[in-house]
Design a protein around this ligand. Sequence first.
Ligand code: S3P
Length: 462
Amino acid sequence: MIIKYSAPLRGELSIPGDKSISHRSIMFGALAQGTTEISNFLTGADCLSTISCFRQMGIGIEQKENHVLVHGKGLHGLSAPSDTLDAGNSGTTVRLLSGILAGQSFASVITGDESIQKRPMKRIMTPLLGMGANISSVRGNDCAPLQIRGKKLHCAHYESPVASAQVKSCVLLAGLYADGITSVTEPAVSRNHSELMLRYFGADVRTELMSAKDRTKLLSAADSETKFNTDCVTQAMAYNEEYEGRPTVFITPEPVLKGQKVNVPGDISSAAYFIAAALLVPGSELLLKNVGINPTRDGMLRVCKSMGADITLLNEDYTGAEPCADLLVRSSHLKAATIEGDLIPTLIDELPILAVLAAFADGTTVIRDAAELRVKESDRIAVMTENLSRIGCPVEATPDGMIIEGGRPLHGATIDTQKDHRVAMSFAVAALACTGEMEIRDAECVNISYPGFYRDLAGVCR
Ligand code: S3P
């Protein structure tokens, strides 16, 4: 794909459905009784992988473009897949599904593409083993393929060392099949779509801020097999000298989930590329319709505003349990920012495009506390620094982030995306504000999360 300097971005655009919410609507719809009707479902390859895994387990799913009907069979209605489950490129599919599979009455194997087979799965195996699950890495390298022999699980309290919605959701889903209330604490709040949607489907899920002392009581009350994470509690106690409490989610097992209507809001992680493009190209004014603005996902908006971005929220509303709004974005002169701490989980997937914005902003942007970037679809710290250097931006990789010297004139180059959709879209946007041509290798990888991305981009560059 070759992309060149752009005319201003004008008009309006409806952003495709949220990827995280689309995955969950299929999963929870399958575990609910009755039909779940999903509108604005994301037809990206990742979400189609989730559909195909549930079809393999006997769930009837009718999909016509972004309208989907899931004929759920209840918590115990899945049947044994006759073949290995293929999650493709989707970490969300592997990690959330593993929590469900651990509590089934059948055995299964789940794997995915080359990138998935390199991503860390120990982070879900540890809590699942603590709940008594029978899960192992087939090659013994803590990566997929994962062999899971389903069984009745024990309830547990898990102190997650990472702020990861995939880990939290995996534990909560396993908790549906446990013998008591399961709880999970994370170091900072990660996206809460599972909690919101499970509650919407009828599960008893609540979130409380809990002190380390109270969480230690939870841990000792749980089955002795869950003592595996005592070390994490010690760390948490040290951390809590600064903070009163940490978010802790509780789930009651064996709820009766009921099929629902789900209207998926637009994905703020996809809107992010259009926000950035409109900010960067002088004279732009773009209206992005129906974008999810859940506070556990809106960190990019907060950072952009601190950089001087002109973004206005209009028509704020709710779709189901999820807040959404239209975003009016006008081109702006940007200055550097420091992006760190508890903000990181709220913009984790937007860090590649924020790095591009930083390259055009005045001053030095520092991104830290983001070591998770190294274990995404690619090592996003390595891939972004390599490609930002190619377009002429002085940038340094650190173990947990990047230091970006912004404000120099930047030029087109050949971008090696490593087949990472978010890298491809980030440099497609960078191209609009660079001199010369940008050549994006493996450009079709955008289909993972945004199949119509290049068409939509061309449509607003008038
Ligand atoms: C996701 C959680 C995040 C995010 C991913 C989707 C989810 O991953 O990066 O794109 O749907 O739960 P982590 O849980 O690894 O942070």
